[in-house]
Design a protein around this ligand. Structure first.
Ligand SMILES: [Mg+2]
Length: 350
């Protein structure tokens, strides 16, 4: 069964109806959409009903603008499209069994637990500084570099091994959102590259992908801090410039590395960085306002930004609705994005 046919059965609608489902032109005012069961049913709900937020809700601030962007991307074809995604709490779930899931940053456990304590102490000191409203950005950037470099030094000093990473991921509380596998599979089938940007550690993200998805996708590249190991599997250094929370968008494309190389895939990369830069239509996925900057290095023509607002919904929904074209609430699954991709990659309109 092809990926397209599987999507058809997963979404519970025919291929043509996936592609033809549109927001009604009459719906020009911002509305909140309520999906009761993984996009099999939609019921319109006005803004004033935000207090009724529940699982699977999606907010579209300007349906007409979204429709225009979708049409432009669809008309240009999948050959012009790329997906840029944040990793933690965007591709992965924010909550697992009612508790906050771990991130690629905090799941790592070294063989020597003293070093976990030291890294936690750094976190407790620097994390409040990251969100301080009174520290100027230049100073904050210096502090973030300091934090990341000290953390990386502790990983080396503590003798981190490849095996530590494997075991840490095995015991971590981290899961992908439902539909992520199908999204990657569909994008691979139609030759659309996915760049995953993270200020965490590429090696950990790759291990999470390997263990949780059990498939290497040749269209996925990780842009994150990459480790260099000695022959006996001990961390000895890091490759290239440190990527931290405040610079993860700068020069990130140049640091992209093909994931499948690391995973030992046999096929060559389907896209190099240059061709990625030529893909001027972007589907961006993020859970923070700062993730919108992930496409800054590209001179894009059209961009659909999808935001996952996982927490503090009442406080943040206004800003998210302004900044993102589509906002998913309450740790929603990825099915809405699967459907969106299916719509904008429809071959029926070009
Ligand atoms: Mg995130």
């Amino acid at each position: 069964m092809t990926c397209r046919l599987r999507l058809q059965s997963i979404l519970g609608v025919s291929r043509s109806s996936i592609c033809e489902r549109r927001f009604s032109p009459a719906r020009t005012k911002p509305r909140v959409w309520f999906s009761t069961s993984a996009y099999r049913a939609e019921v319109g709900m006005e803004r004033s009903d935000r207090s009724k937020v529940s699982d699977g809700m999606v907010v579209v601030g300007d349906p007409q603008l979204l429709e225009n962007k979708k049409a432009a991307i669809r008309n240009a074809g999948p050959g012009k499209l790329q997906v840029i995604a944040d990793f933690d709490a965007t591709l992965t779930k924010y909550r697992i069994n009612g508790c906050c899931g771990q991130t690629s940053h905090n799941l790592l456990q070294q063989s020597n637990p003293e070093y976990d304590i030291k890294r936690q102490e750094l976190y407790e000191y620097y994390h409040p500084l990251e969100f301080s409203p009174i520290i100027p950005i230049e100073e904050k950037t210096k502090l973030m570099v300091e934090w990341w470099e000290k953390t990386h030094a502790l990983l080396i000093e503590g003798g981190l091994t490849c095996d530590d990473i494997k075991k840490s991921v095995e015991s971590a509380t981290i899961e992908f959102r439902e539909g992520v596998f199908e999204l990657f599979e569909f994008l691979e089938e139609i030759g659309v590259p996915v760049l995953i940007f993270s200020a965490g550690l590429a090696d950990i993200i790759e291990e999470v992908l390997r263990q949780k998805l059990r498939k290497s996708f040749k269209n996925i590249k990780i842009v994150s801090n990459r480790m260099i190991f000695s022959k006996d599997g001990h961390l000895v250094s890091f490759k290239g410039k440190t990527i931290h929370v405040l610079n993860k968008n700068e020069h990130a494309l140049d640091m992209a590395a093909p994931l499948h190389d690391h995973l030992g895939g046999n096929d060559g990369p389907i896209n190099d960085n240059a061709s990625v830069k030529k893909r001027t239509n972007v589907l961006l996925l993020g859970d923070h306002m700062g993730d919108l900057g992930m496409s800054d290095g590209l001179n894009y023509e059209n961009r659909i930004a999808v935001g996952f607002l996982n927490d503090n919904i009442e406080k943040s929904i206004g800003n998210y609705q302004e900044a993102f074209d589509v906002v998913y609430l309450n740790d929603a699954p990825m099915w809405g994005v699967v459907e969106l991709v299916s719509q904008i990659c429809s071959s029926e309109n070009h």
